[in-house]
Design a protein. Sequence first.
Length: 81
Amino acid sequence: MISIRVRLFGPAEELAGAAKAVLNVEDGMTLGGLAGQIAARWPKLGDAPGMRLAVNRRYVALDHLLCEGDEIAVIPPVTGG
C-alpha cells in the first residue's frame, strides 16, 4: 500500500465536503484507477463534469503510475471572462 495526498479545490471541495484527504491505495495504482476511487468515495464529485486531476502539479495521462507521497489535485473546470 502507498499513501496518496488528495487536495480538492473550489467546487470540488464543496462537492466532496473536504479540502484534503489521504488515501491508501494498492502499489501500482494508476491515476485512472485513483479517479475511480475518488468517484466512489465522493459520488457527487464523481458525477460532476469537467474535473481534472493533476499529479504533483502536472497534468499527466490516466495510465500514469502513482508513487508513495504523490499529491493529487482535483481541479474543477476553469472559466474566464
